[in-house]
Design a protein around this ligand. Structure first.
Ligand code: F6P
Length: 513
């Protein structure tokens, strides 16, 4: 950890928050808080670029908020934020800078890498426009996984209202070829463009799917691999060896789960066009500026990240539910799962010391109103409290009357019910209430507002990770499974179980054809 950072549990504010929780935090009641403060909604809501957030239905009062802000300051959040924006190597376990924000910043000839970023962006957007104009290409297949899949898949769905008509977008991630097979079945090689998206160009799932796609392409009579395959990667040499001539690169300072703004965003650029992709970047940049310059009191990502620490380490809430009340945002929960859980699912600090407190909660969720008819029962009456995040969009992107008001009413009603509860002495109909939620409002779901919303979450995750003193930008936890899978693939073929634990050996024997 650089000298500027102090792990949260070593700050004075941490002890004060523990005391606060013991004396006032655990008994805090939202209904009393609203009764005592008619201005609570105004006092606890914030307008950030393109995103309004009502934080008033959270288990926080002014005193706790002050201590959380002190926690941010005492732990060096502001200096850490400045270090990220200065391009310092804050991803210390990989000795890398963290500069995904530069991908959406205006060109600045003075800033290192800015010119290269914009040259690549221009080339990629020119290519996107070329593909858009090519009526022969009707199907774009993105082959990638994790950050090379979740971001573009989520964003193409979210901005479907802006999508070019006459082209379909497919996303293949799983090594399970049921997925690839189903996508390829109706396609014709001469009408298909494959985008092989992989930061490393070594990921087993992506390379296996890419090779199988190339075999399919050639077996179906496709001949021009150069025209029908493009690569989005930092490993341009590996893409060339694969036989791909059209490559859009990016840099090691872009983490996979932060790469939607780079060449990995090409499916989105093809879907919505160069101008709108620029607007998407501009929305994110506006949020970057907000996070970078606003004092912590008025800084939405910082306030949310500090709230996350309060909930995780004092209330001990183990999960958070994501409830987008807009079906175009249906992949947003999955996207946020990687962003937050891969970034902050860490058990040691940036120096490798075990942490005596909890980090990332479990994120989960699904588009409203569907979730209401599945798991909201547990959210309202279960034994665990789960903070819920609601997303509502004022302007619908469809023209069917009567639905949108009902959708919004449902979002409002769920947040209200979680807070208010209902007393029923009979028991089964009793709602305890006092269950926290945050309510986000976008005026419309546009490239700008989506860009801002995603950047908001990136910086929120940065904030909690910074306070926890961890490296939010590595992902060593995915390594062991990858190594073991390579060994087990050979064993499955050979039927070799020597040295395996009894369970894995038994399962392997059962799974062999
Ligand atoms: O599984 C971990 C991971 O490295 C993610 O962080 C990443 O987004 C994903 O794999 C895909 O990696 P790549 O883009 O290099 O194929």
């Amino acid at each position: 950890m650089s000298a500027a950072r102090t792990r949260c549990d070593r700050t004075a504010a941490w002890g004060q928050l523990q005391e606060r929780f013991r004396t006032a935090g655990s008994s805090f009641d939202l209904r009393d808080a609203f009764a005592q403060d008619p201005d609570r909604f105004t006092r606890f809501s914030l307008q950030a670029p393109h995103v309004f957030a009502d934080l008033s239905k959270n288990l926080v009062d002014a005193g706790t908020e002050q201590l959380l802000l002190a926690l941010g300051r005492d732990s060096g959040l502001e200096a850490h934020r400045a270090a990220m924006f200065a391009g310092e190597r804050i991803n210390n376990t990989e000795n890398r800078a963290v500069k995904h924000w530069l991908l959406r910043a205006p060109r600045d000839a003075q800033a290192p890498d800015s010119v290269a970023v914009h040259e690549t962006l221009e080339a990629m957007l020119a290519y996107a426009e070329h593909v858009r104009a090519d009526a022969d290409i009707t199907d774009v297949v993105n082959i990638g996984i994790g950050g090379s899949d979740l971001g573009p898949q989520m964003a193409v769905a979210a901005l479907d209202a802006f999508r070019i008509r006459g082209k379909r977008f497919h996303f293949v991630s799983n090594i399970d070829a049921h997925e690839l097979d189903a996508v390829l079945q109706p396609l014709r090689p001469e009408r298909t463009l494959f985008l092989i998206a992989s930061k490393t160009f070594t990921t087993l799932e992506t390379m296996t799917n890419a090779r199988s796609a190339r075999v399919w392409f050639q077996q179906q009579g496709g001949s021009d691999v150069a025209r029908h395959f493009a690569a989005l990667t930092t490993n341009v040499e590996a893409a060339r060896q694969f036989g791909i001539a059209t490559t859009f690169g990016f840099w090691d300072w872009v983490g996979g789960r932060y790469s939607l703004w780079s060449a990995i965003g090409l499916p989105l650029a093809i879907a919505i066009g160069a101008g709108r992709f620029q607007a998407f970047l501009a929305g994110a940049h506006a949020m970057d500026q907000h996070f970078r310059t606003e004092p912590l009191e008025r800084n939405l990502p910082a306030r949310l990240g500090l709230l996350d620490v309060w909930y995780r380490d004092f209330h001990r809430f183990g999960s958070r539910s994501i409830a987008p009340y807009h079906s175009a945002l249906r992949r947003f929960p999955a996207y946020l799962q990687q962003l937050e859980m891969e970034s902050n699912g860490k058990g040691v600090d940036a120096q490798g010391q075990p942490l005596p407190f909890d980090t990332s909660p479990v994120l989960w969720g699904e588009a409203g109103t569907n979730g209401q008819h599945a798991y909201f029962q547990m959210l309202h009456q279960g034994t665990e409290r789960v903070p819920v995040e609601f997303f509502a969009v004022r302007e619908p992107a469809h023209r069917i009357p009567g639905h949108h008001e009902l959708l919004l009413a449902n979002a409002l009603a769920q947040a209200q019910a979680l807070m208010q509860g209902r007393v029923d002495p009979g028991g089964h109909r009793n709602f305890t209430g006092n269950r926290p939620s945050t309510f986000f409002v976008l005026d419309a779901l546009t490239p700008e507002s989506l860009g801002a919303l995603i950047a908001l979450y990136e910086h929120r995750v940065f904030t909690s990770g910074s306070v926890w003193g961890i490296d939010s930008f590595d992902q060593w936890g995915v390594e062991l499974g990858k190594v073991l899978a390579t060994d087990l693939a050979g064993r499955l073929q050979a039927g070799a179980t020597e040295g395996l634990d009894a369970s894995t050996a038994g399962l392997l024997r059962r799974l062999r054809p």
